[in-house]
Design a protein around this ligand. Sequence first.
Ligand SMILES: C[S@@+](CC[C@H](N)C(=O)[O-])C[C@H]1O[C@@H](n2cnc3c(N)ncnc32)[C@H](O)[C@@H]1O
Length: 267
Amino acid sequence: MKKLKSVIQDGDYILIVYDEKRRWIVQVKTGQAFHTNKGIIEFDKLIGKPYGIQLPSSKHKNFLIFPPTPADFLFKTVRKTQIIYPKDASFILVNTGIGPGSRVVEAGTGSGGLCSILAYYIRPNGKVYTYEIRAEFLKKAQKTLQRLGLEEFVEFKNKDILEGIEEKNVDSVILDLAIPWDIVPLARDALKPGGILASFSPTIDQIQKTTTALKKNNFGDIQVFELLLRSWQISSKNKAIQATRPHTQMIGHTGFMIFARKIEINK
Ligand SMILES: C[S@@+](CC[C@H](N)C(=O)[O-])C[C@H]1O[C@@H](n2cnc3c(N)ncnc32)[C@H](O)[C@@H]1O
C-alpha cells in the first residue's frame, strides 16, 4: 500500500469494482487471471494500462480498476477480532495529529486494522509499536501488514501491555482493548509532554472508567465522541424513479472515542 500509483504494474494490489457490493483486492501477476461469476479478467491486459480504466471481462461485463485506498484495505482485512472502522480510524488520526514521522504506541494489535492505517500515515520515517497479548493474532496481523508493504514501519510486540510500555517520548498512545483505564498510568510515562492518548471502547461504562483514570493521572482537555456515518444510495434499479436517499440500514454503533493530553505538573 504505497502512495497511489497511476500505471498498473506487475505485483500491484488493485481494487476491482463491479458494483457497490462486489469489489475485490487482488495482486496483479503476469500470466495469471482473476475469476468471478461475471467473467475472467486477464492480468496481462491490465499491466501498463492507467488506473481508472474500465475493462470488459470474458463475459463482456465492465469492471473498474483502481489503486486501493487504506479504507478499501481495512474492509478486506482478514478479521480475527473486531476491527476499527474507517470513520473511527480517520477521526483518531485527525485528533491525534499522527502523520509522517510520528512515533505511536498501539494496543492491542487485534487483526491489524488500525495498525495498518497508522503505519500508512506515519511513513516514511515514523514508527508504530504495536502490543498484542495473543501470539496467533499478532502473527496474522503481521502477515496483513506484510501483504500491504507496511511491515517495515511497525514493531510487533507479543506482550501484555500491562507489563509496561518500553518506548518513551512517543507522540501518541492508541488503545483498543477491554480495560484501557489500567493502561493510563503506563501511557502517561510513555508519552512526550503534551502527547495525546486516544482510546476506543464499545461501551460507555469503559469510557467512564477511562475518564476517571485520565483525571487521576493528570491528563487534560479530555473529549469524548461517537461518530454516526450514514451512506446513501445514489440510484435505483427502476430508472424511471430516481431514489437518491440514505440507505435503509446503517451501522448503528461501533464505539466511543476518548482523547486526552498529558499535562506537565510542577514545571
Ligand atoms: C478489539 S481488538 C483490537 C482491534 C484492532 N484495533 C484492529 O483494528 O484490528 C483487541 C485486541 O487487544 C488484545 N489485548 C487485550 N488485552 C491486551 C493486553 N493487556 N496487552 C496486549 N493486547 C491485549 C486482544 O487480544 C485483542 O486482539
